[in-house]
Design a protein around this ligand. Structure first.
Ligand SMILES: *Cc1c(COP(=O)(O)O)cnc(C)c1O
Length: 375
């Protein structure tokens, strides 16, 4: 049995008619950029996150850039972030004209380690940008205490964590501003690019609204040198239909994650021991954008699974401080041992709404077979 890593058609099939009729309404409205459909999505996103403001933009990458710009981050500033994330987290910093400064991750959950981030703060530090990696909220209580104590802004990369909760709050409501992505594979994915900034600050919201549309205050009066990063109404229409299923999809992801835990622990007793060959992810604070295990023989396990027709993926194989595009920052191998070890050991197994129980069992028996036979 082949098991796909991700099959979006299983999300879209039951919604096809609803999406088609929403798209037809946009077609008839003749309003294709921003407009009422996008404004409705903004209100729904603000309500979902418990944020005061939500501003729809062209992509998740732009959402992070615009959040930084709105908070005044620019040339001469440093932004502390994790080296174990998608490239767009750090290129948002360089696109703002600032310098990314990396700090190591917490090996338990792969998110930025608050103590390491705090130790990297210098007079030129303007912001800290933790990432809710794999759908799990970072240690926001600690970051907010550090931000308040040291007077640095906080930007949340919530691209993977829509709907996740920690300490009674939702992703998008932490820090000074947050960026979401609607890339098709995200927990709430469009049928094209899209993103959203959320914030509690009316001033930051005002600036993002200006900057996403050429700094235009109306009538071609440009208050800031901005950009074109606007969500289109077709994406907003698709996203609004899909948003109605998000809560159920995230709950299904959590159920599937829990089931993986049960099946894998049963198949591999002793797994949880201090130096077992495989570590499973913690369940709390997460909407399981990805189900990522930690495997000492990661590459061999991935090859074994692929050989049996099971999809899997490595997020991410090269930590950002060792990427060619950041060689000028001067980091060497060994600078962030936890991030480097994670890059060698993480493996994402298939987990998406619509994954069938038999498929999940197939994945687990393939993993068990890998570790069986006297390994
Ligand atoms: C997807 C993603 C982004 C970028 O979002 P796009 O919509 O693809 O531009 C940024 N950060 C993280 C952690 C992501 O997963």
């Amino acid at each position: 049995m082949n098991v796909p890593f991700l099959d979006l058609s299983r999300h879209h099939e039951p919604l096809k008619e609803a999406i088609a009729s929403s798209l037809r309404e946009v077609l008839d409205s003749g309003q294709f950029i921003l407009g009422p459909e996008t404004e409705k999505l903004e209100s729904e996103m603000a309500a979902l996150c418990g944020a005061a403001h939500a501003i729809a933009v062209g992509s998740g990458s732009d959402a992070l850039l615009l959040a930084l710009l709105a908070l005044g981050v620019g040339p001469g500033d440093e932004v502390i972030t994790t080296p174990f994330t998608f490239i767009a987290t750090a290129t948002a910093v360089t696109r703002a004209g600032a310098r990314p400064v990396f700090a190591d991750i917490d090996p338990q959950d792969f998110t930025l380690d608050p103590a390491a981030a705090e130790a990297a703060v210098r007079p030129s530090t303007r912001a800290i940008m933790p990432v809710d990696l794999y759908g799990r909220c970072a240690a926001w209580g600690s970051f907010e205490a550090i931000g308040a104590r040291l007077g640095v802004s906080l930007v949340e990369d919530a691209a993977q964590s829509i709907g996740a909760e920690r300490d009674g709050r939702r992703a998008g409501a932490f820090g000074d501003a947050a960026g979401f992505s609607f890339y098709p594979t995200k927990n709430l994915g469009g049928m094209g690019d899209g993103g959203m900034v959320t914030t509690m600050s009316s001033e930051a919201a005002r600036r993002v609204r200006l900057l996403r549309n050429h700094g235009d205050a109306g009538g071609y009066r440009h208050l800031e040198a901005g950009m074109n990063s606007r969500l289109d109404a077709f994406q907003a229409a698709v996203l609004r239909v899909k948003l109605r299923s998000l809560r159920a999809w995230n709950a299904e992801r959590s159920r599937l994650a829990e089931r993986y835990g049960g099946l894998l622990r049963q198949a591999l007793p002793g797994l949880e021991g201090g130096d077992g060959p495989l570590r499973l992810p913690a369940a709390e604070h997460s909407v399981f954008h990805l189900y990522v295990v930690r495997a000492r023989e990661r590459d061999a396990l991935a090859e074994h699974l692929r050989g049996r027709g099971i999809g899997c993926g490595v997020y991410y194989p090269v930590p950002l401080h060792l990427q060619a595009c950041f060689s000028h920052l001067g980091y060497k191998k060994g600078a962030f041992p936890e991030a480097e070890r994670a890059a060698e050991e993480v493996l994402a197994l298939p987990l998406f709404p619509g994954l069938r129980e038999a498929e999940q069992e197939e994945v687990c028996s393939a993993v068990a077979a890998f570790y069986g036979a006297g390994r």
